[in-house]
Design a protein around this ligand. Sequence first.
Ligand code: AMP
Ligand code: MG
Length: 333
Amino acid sequence: MNRFGVVPVHPWNPETESIERAAEILRSGGLVAFPTETVYGLGANGLSPDAALKIYAAKGRPQDNPLILHFAACRDIEPLAHISRRARVLMKKFWPGPLTLVLPSKGVVPREVTAGLDTLAVRMPSHPVALALIDRAGFPIAAPSANSSGRPSPTDAQAVANDLGDRVDLILDAGPTAVGVESTVLDLTGPEIILLRPGGCPIEEIEATTGEKILLSGGDDHRSPGTRYRHYAPSVPLLLDREEGVRPRAMAIGGRVAWMGMMGPEKIFPDGEVHESLSIVFSSAENYARGLFHAIRTLETRQADVIVAQWPPSPEGLGRAVRDRLERASSRE
Ligand code: AMP
Ligand code: MG
């Protein structure tokens, strides 16, 4: 372990000793940052009010923004939430994986986790380190993304250390995450399935499984409190290439214009205004999602004055999640 409390762990066969050490910290009410397939999570005992409160304090997270509970076995959900037939179908098909289900709560989970709602958000991550940690801890782990509130989510241990530092007791480092954006969040508490947040699980696949059309919530912040807050904000302005007059606007902000997208910057910046070291190009929507948050941090480190991001041409697959994150990252509210 180095001085930041970062413990390297094998991503597929996590060392028992490291997992036990992290689990012990969770059992004694501490905070452990750990990899999931989506982003790094900031974990605490999800059944302990005091432990859950530490998450809010470490992140500077508003307390009316509820936490997702992470499980390693479906049977552990039964005492805590009502699982409908539809929920079971989705669990069977997409778990473990990047899909979070909001279910009617049985009122057992502390209000510090649910933010006082009568619903509970549950997920089973597929990352072997996350599963081993939950299993070893012996209780569900409450875990939002391991970044300070409002900042881009961390997709590697270094990003967690840089952002949260000693506000976390231990960081398990299993390298970069595979999906790169957070889970898809579905509200299953009503007659229709409502999308609360697009994410790693494409809604086309969910619709094909259930045979039902998913309602797009359109940022209904009453249902999912987290969507109300400013999110994923880079330390420099982020503009979208689809905005009117983006080229002069970017250049008015500063000389170090950065670019990220699924094609090069030449169409928007034909005169070589974007230096090669400030241009990040992804070969697919999946790769855009995987690298999005890391790219923002990299361009910040390279002292970009402004980042111009390409709006993914298609809302299908991971494109929908990338669009959502870019929209929030570029918001000036
Ligand atoms: P994160 O902070 O990245 O973990 O995001 C968690 C998301 O899940 C936030 O947008 C929360 O508002 C949402 N969420 C968690 N629990 C619930 C719940 N019971 N009902 C609706 N949304 C929830
Ligand atoms: Mg988050």
